[in-house]
Design a protein around this ligand. Structure first.
Ligand code: AMP
Ligand code: GLY
Length: 419
């Protein structure tokens, strides 16, 4: 079915990218965002709603006559907002609270993977300092310690320093300590209706804050697609060994996962292994992926939301490359500097455009920084080098005091592609 009125829930870069893709589709008459950001307001109607309040989101969807709701962020999914929207009779893209535990609890994800035979790092769930210390010594350095709950990509410490690893465990309470996975990381997303799985193309995210992967983990400082260096059978292999078994296991448990299944993978010397699952589109990987997806988004997401994905055509991709570079506020990933006026937002071109994230409008109507990851610039081109050029030329024209961005997003892949 072709939805005519779509409501996107959330206010970050992922949601702005979803809104942009939906608004490009002439068959979608109305796009709404809740609460959205100043970027979504340019192409959609924003609504001030508490996105953690399922009843309020469901009521807004009914009032608008939305025939599809897309819940972007993990927090409302884990809180059951998609359940509330569906219970009120509106098709909703996003897993139930029960299925979103795949992201909400790392321990639950490990249990599902074990039951489904999905390859992942060996791990122990530790509730005490003694248990954490024993697990660290079992696996040895580099040490990997993860907060068990939702932490916006910042709850993970990977370090050779045993004291730092123990301190992180003590600060979090319940943690997962796991074996270190070597090898490049890949993000592979699948749209699923709970039984049928349609993988998107692979993307790569840059998690560390600084060039050369220096500094602490962040929510993601940039991303690109496609991955010219990845094995050609990667998508087929991961679909067979990770995505389909995970979807089948959740269906078997009576809590089917319908929505976007995000597999964060390490291509290790001992094969592909899952680093983490998320229950939603990744940010910023979604920005370059949607720049290349030619298949109209609304019918695809509607098919996943209504159990009819098997009847949906195969996905169609542009052969072009896309690169997203995140502009972060001074201080990020620590407490970020907010309130600065952003200049240079209005020069979008077909091969480079701004996707807003942590932005707000001040009392004079100016767009200001309001979060850690302020915006991303998406550049496209015939290959990664061209896409990088488009992205970096455009981001150089954006001005926000104290802000910074990585200069090496997709650089190694672009060099390898041309050599
Ligand atoms: P997560 O929140 O689980 O995705 O972890 C954030 C980042 O920490 C990942 O993208 C990896 O860069 C790193 N990381 C997490 N788990 C491991 C692991 N077992 N081995 C190596 N690096 C890891
Ligand atoms: N880019 C990492 C994430 O969305 O969790």
């Amino acid at each position: 079915m072709q939805p005519r009125c779509v409501l996107v829930v959330g206010s970050g870069g992922r949601e702005h990218a979803l809104v942009l893709a939906l608004s490009r589709d002439p068959a979608v008459a109305e796009v709404h965002a809740a609460p959205g950001n100043p970027g979504t307001a340019l192409v959609a109607t924003n609504h001030a709603v508490d996105i953690m309040d399922g009843a309020a989101v469901a009521a807004l969807a009914r009032e608008l006559g939305a025939d599809l709701v897309v819940v972007g962020p993990e927090a409302p999914l884990v809180a059951g907002v998609a359940d509330a929207v569906r219970a009120a009779g509106t098709a909703c893209f996003g897993p139930s609270a029960a299925a979103a535990r795949l992201e909400g609890s790392k321990a639950f994800a490990k249990d599902v993977m074990a039951a489904a035979g999905v390859p992942t790092a060996r791990a122990h769930v530790c509730a005490t300092a003694e248990a954490a210390a024993a697990a660290l010594d079992e696996f040895g350095p580099p040490y990997v310690v993860k907060d068990d709950g939702l932490a916006a990509g910042k709850g993970v410490v990977v370090t050779d320093d045993r004291t730092e690893a123990l301190d992180h465990a003590a600060a979090c309470g319940r943690v997962v300590v796991e074996e270190y996975l070597d090898g490049p990381e890949v993000s592979l997303f699948a749209v699923t209706d709970g039984s049928c799985v349609r993988a998107l193309q692979p993307a790569q995210d840059f998690k560390r804050v600084g060039d050369g992967d220096a500094g602490p983990n962040t929510g993601g400082m940039g991303a690109y697609t496609p991955l010219p260096w990845a094995p050609p059978d990667l998508v087929a292999e991961v679909t067979a060994t990770v995505l389909q078994p995970t979807v089948d296991e959740l269906a078997r448990r009576g809590t089917p996962f319908a929505g976007l299944l995000y597999a964060g993978l390490a291509l290790t010397s001992r094969g592909v292994k899952v680093i983490e699952f998320n229950a939603r589109f990744g940010d910023p990987e979604t920005q370059p992926l949607l720049a290349r997806l030619r298949t109209p988004l609304a019918p695809l997401l509607h098919a996943a939301a209504t159990g009819t994905l098997a009847a949906h055509p195969e996905l169609d991709w542009s052969p072009d490359a896309a690169v997203a570079v995140v502009l972060a506020a001074g201080g990020y990933p620590g407490p970020a500097r907010t309130g600065g006026v952003i200049a240079g937002l209005d020069a979008d071109a077909p091969d480079a455009y701004v996707v807003q994230a942590g932005t707000a409008t001040d009392s004079e109507g100016r767009v200001v920084g309001s979060g850690g990851r302020v915006l991303a610039v998406v550049g496209t081109g015939a290959d990664l080098s061209a896409a990088r050029e488009s992205a970096y030329a455009r981001i150089a024209a954006v001005r926000l005091e104290g802000s910074f961005y990585r200069t090496d997003i997709a650089a190694a892949a672009a060099t390898a592609e041309r050599s």
